[in-house]
Design a protein around this ligand. Structure first.
Ligand code: ADP
Length: 293
């Protein structure tokens, strides 16, 4: 991820001066792994990066966070170039590059990692069919599946609903998937019910400062799990912090109720919004209240 800060966004053909440039690490899967690992989980990221400096730094960053990973390919590492103006508006160009080269053969090579895991988390920043295949492999081995349909696809393959033990989306993704704009808790309940009808076993809709709405086949009355009141300075990547934390609880505290796992994951994600940046804002276990563990 490359970020440039400018007072205004440039017009076509224009060159302007910016006042800050930085490179940060991102990608939903990597962010989620980083949050899980910082809570103490043993994590692996199945991904592809290029043999370029971004790819080297990317793998180095994952290793630094204790995450095992990666294959390289001749394609360029996936990047997102982001220009942000002083009002916080941005323009973004994503070049998926190597991300889209991850294929089902790669999954077969990683089958030990997938099939021996406690939890598999998938998103849609790789080819959707590859994510779906990974969910199927996990299901066949009795591995719990947590699916985060991000970035959302209006024409998501319906098999994703049935192969996800937990289907976790935010308000925007919920609207793209169901056509229901989520402006309040009632809307989130409607979305939850609709996704349950499509075959999900358990749906979580994250609602920013409002926390989450959960609904499941076992508990078909939707339940609102509020987040604590905090002073948010940067909510970028909060959803990934939440998903990473939830994966950690599913894997290491499987006896907790789902409501309790969500409550704890809300706490962790709400810590992340109190600092700026994405991975840089994700808390470590040692800095969190010990009653979260
Ligand atoms: P995304 O980052 O995908 O848009 P959300 O904005 O729904 O996801 O946030 C995910 C989770 O992060 C929420 O469910 C909540 O736990 C936490 N969170 C986000 N924004 C806030 C906030 N302003 N105050 C407290 N917690 C927050």
């Amino acid at each position: 991820m490359k970020g440039r800060l400018t007072t205004r966004l440039p017009r076509a053909g224009e060159t302007i001066l910016g006042h800050k440039f930085f490179i940060g690490f991102g990608g939903k899967g990597a962010n989620q792994c980083v949050q899980s690992a910082r809570l103490g989980a043993k994590t692996s990221l199945i991904c592809k990066v290029g043999k370029d400096s971004f790819g080297n730094d990317y793998v180095e960053n994952l290793k630094k966070n204790g995450i095992s990973t990666g294959q390289t390919t001749d394609a360029a590492t996936g990047t997102a170039s982001i220009i942000v103006n002083s009002e916080g508006q941005n323009v973004i160009v994503i070049v998926p590059g190597a991300n889209l080269l991850l294929n089902c053969e790669d999954l077969k090579r990683a089958s030990d990692v997938i099939c021996k895991a406690k939890v598999l988390v998938c998103q849609l920043e790789i080819t959707p069919a590859v994510s779906l295949e990974a969910l199927k492999m996990a299901r066949a081995s009795g591995v719990k599946t947590l699916f985060n349909p991000a970035p959302a696809l209006a024409d998501l393959d319906p098999q994703f609903y049935t192969y996800s033990d937990i289907f976790c989306c935010n308000e925007t993704e919920a609207e793209i998937l169901t056509g229901i704009p989520v402006g309040n808790l009632d809307d989130a309940e409607k979305v939850g019910r609709m996704l349950l009808e499509r075959g999900c076993k358990l749906v979580i809709v994250t609602l920013g400062a409002e926390g989450c709405m959960m609904i499941s086949v076992e508990e078909p009355i939707p339940k609102h799990v509020p987040a604590g009141k905090v002073r948010a300075v940067d909510t970028t990547g909060a959803g990934d912090s939440f998903v990473g934390a939830l994966a950690f609880y599913l894997a290491y505290y499987p006896k907790l109720s789902m409501e309790e796992m969500i409550r704890k994951s809300n706490c962790i994600a709400s810590v992340s919004v109190q600092a700026s940046g994405t991975q840089s804002s994700y808390p470590y276990r040692k800095d969190l209240p010990q009653d979260l563990f």
